[in-house]
Ligand binder design. Structure first.
Ligand SMILES: NC(=O)c1ccc[n+]([C@@H]2O[C@H](COP(=O)([O-])OP(=O)(O)OC[C@H]3O[C@@H](n4cnc5c(N)ncnc54)[C@H](OP(=O)(O)O)[C@@H]3O)[C@@H](O)[C@H]2O)c1
Length: 255
């Protein structure tokens, strides 16, 4: 039994990739799941996998880049008041390309999904965590937040992830000594649909050098499996640390 057993976690972007692997790793650790994304079919499939591991699973279909959906979700989950752990994982890497080609609406919806939704959901879920004196907030970022010049062509993404990290560190300071922790997780370079999407883009649109880098990472076998990243996250999650930047490499050894 760990401190996670019997808790309930919300995982956003839980239908595939890192979110799905994290949800299943949590279920294996004895955690019940609330799974959120836009695609009901993918959520239903993951919910079935969670239940086959002996835990409960419910699904929430919402587009967190849309303020109406975000507000509805925030109200529903805040009122449900039983979520002890949140893994804010859903994000978009779009829009990509030269800054001169980027549309304002696309920047706005990316910022809503990648930053605003995280801050908003955390605000709605915190009261329950604070009342019980225990909670875990994990905001999934990217190593690129620490080296934004390495992702020319992805200005919106690195800007959003830097903002997400500032939100997390500031929140951790605000809730210090409450029993609720807030940490950043940089999941590594992971073999998911997000990586495949970049490789599928027109090199001329997103930048030839950037495209080649992502194709090479894949061809040279440098991507890790979502399960490996989720396993590292779970090992961090059992700690009491707060205001930290967690990575795969810095994960504590398995007990
Ligand atoms: N893969 C990597 O190498 C890598 C590296 C660094 C950081 N990350 C970060 O890790 C996290 C997960 O990435 P991933 O590679 O697993 O991504 P992914 O394979 O693209 O999966 C993204 C998940 O988020 C959901 N999602 C996307 N847009 C959404 C929206 N508007 N509203 C609600 N849910 C939405 C998707 O489901 P629907 O489409 O059905 O909504 C899906 O379940 C992200 O925060 C990403 O920035 C990934």
């Amino acid at each position: 039994m760990s401190s996670l057993t019997g808790r309930t976690a919300l995982v956003t972007g839980a239908g595939r990739g890192i979110g799905r692997a994290t949800a299943l790793a949590l279920a294996k650790a004895g955690v019940d799941l609330v799974l959120l994304a836009r695609s009901q079919d993918q959520l239903s499939s993951v919910a079935g996998e969670v239940r086959s591991l002996g835990r409960t699973a419910s699904t929430v279909v919402a587009d967190l880049s849309r303020l109406e959906d975000l507000e509805r979700t925030r109200r529903a989950l805040g009122q449900a008041a039983g979520i002890d752990i949140v893994v804010n994982n859903a994000a978009t890497i779009t829009p990509m390309g030269a800054t001169t080609s980027i549309e304002t609406d696309d920047v706005l919806s990316a910022m809503v999904l990648n930053v605003v939704a995280v801050a908003s959901l955390n605000g709605a879920l915190l009261p329950h965590m604070l009342r019980q004196g225990w909670g875990r907030i994990v905001n999934v970022s990217s190593g690129l937040a620490g080296r934004p010049a390495d992702f020319v062509g992805g200005n919106t993404y690195v800007t959003a992830k830097a903002g997400l990290e500032a939100h997390t560190i500031n929140l951790a300071a605000e809730i210090e000594h409450t029993g609720v922790t807030a940490n950043i997780y940089r999941p590594g370079i992971v073999d998911t649909g997000m990586q495949a999407w970049i490789r599928d883009q027109d090199p001329q649109r997103i930048g030839g050098a950037l495209h080649e880098r992502f194709v090479s990472l894949h061809e040279e076998g440098n991507l890790i499996a979502p399960e490996q990243s989720a396993d590292a996250l779970l090992r961090h999650l059992s700690s009491e640390g707060t205001g930290q930047v967690w990575t795969v490499a810095s994960a504590p050894s398995a007990a």
